[in-house]
Design a protein around this ligand. Structure first.
Ligand code: HEM
Ligand code: HEM
Length: 216
């Protein structure tokens, strides 16, 4: 039987690209493999923006209006708990924070340079200290993002094995016997179209970005 998914295919594919992509970004960032770093980053930026758009037009449980809640609801959840089909109020907060930090990591990278031989494609779009600020932010933001990712993994493990909520199965298969979606999913073709448009816009911006000034 194929039940209505809580997490539709686009949300799941995008999600599982995150650990793979961020793992690659960590490795390439630390070892200076900047060409690969930038190509994986363009894919990740496209996926993050697609997920943010999917939060507006995607399937029921992926839409922000259906899981973002105010601080009172978060506090009540912290005190009283509860079982949710989609993101619980803390999961909702964490989702938003992870997506925005990933976006900020990617955007700051576009303006960053390393000390050796690699310039982000937009590094020379603004003059002066902006390159330093962006590069610094790329570094600081990574510290915050990395902590939040470890928190994410800890929280998932806690819900999965201590509270016995089947979060990982649901994120993998889309649904679980105890977690069925509230409405049929929106066609994944729309998500592919959104991703293609965002990828094309990013590629066009990179193509027209100013090159490094020549001193010779
Ligand atoms: C770099 C690594 C990761 C990042 C950036 C990340 C990010 C995210 C984001 C943004 C969401 C919200 C998904 C959405 O609404 O579309 C999410 C949910 C989730 N993630 Fe991850 N994730 C990472 C790694 C992992 C790993 C390795 C696991 C499994 C062990 C995992 C398990 C889950 C689960 C089960 C959910 C659903 C939580 C819920 O039901 O509220 N994540 N993650
Ligand atoms: C989500 C996307 C990204 C992630 C997760 C990421 C992650 C990282 C990490 C872990 C490092 C090494 C640690 C550090 O020096 O702070 C790094 C460095 C760097 N990244 Fe990224 N990055 C992303 C996007 C980008 C993009 C789009 C570019 C440019 C095309 C870029 C350019 C750089 C540069 C130039 C450095 C070296 C900075 C330095 O030497 O201080 N990154 N990145």
């Amino acid at each position: 039987m194929m039940a209505i998914p809580v997490w539709d295919l686009p949300s799941r594919v995008i999600h599982w690209c995150f650990p793979i992509g961020v793992g690659l970004m960590w490795w390439t960032g630390e070892t200076g493999r900047m060409q690969l770093h930038s190509y994986v980053a363009y894919v990740l930026i496209t996926l993050v923006v697609t997920r943010l758009m999917w939060g507006l037009v995607g399937s029921y449980h992926s839409r922000f209006v259906n899981f973002m809640v105010g601080p009172r609801t978060v506090l009540r959840y912290v005190r009283e708990g509860g079982d949710y089909v989609g993101h619980n109020p803390l999961g909702a907060l964490s989702t938003m924070a992870l997506l925005l930090l990933l976006l900020s990591q990617g955007v700051s990278g576009l303006f960053s340079v390393d000390d050796v031989s690699f310039d982000g494609p937009f590094a020379y779009s603004f003059g002066g200290r902006f390159i330093d600020l962006a590069t610094q932010w790329h570094d600081t933001n990574w510290g915050i993002l990395r902590s939040l990712i470890f928190l994410h993994l800890g929280a998932i493990a806690w819900y999965q094995w201590r509270k016995r909520q089947p979060l990982i199965q649901t994120m993998w298969r889309g649904w679980h016997a105890t977690r069925i979606g509230a409405a049929p999913p929106i066609s994944g073709v729309l998500a592919i179209a959104i991703a293609l448009v965002i990828g094309a816009v990013l590629a066009a911006l990179i193509a027209v970005a100013p090159a490094a000034p020549s001193y010779y």
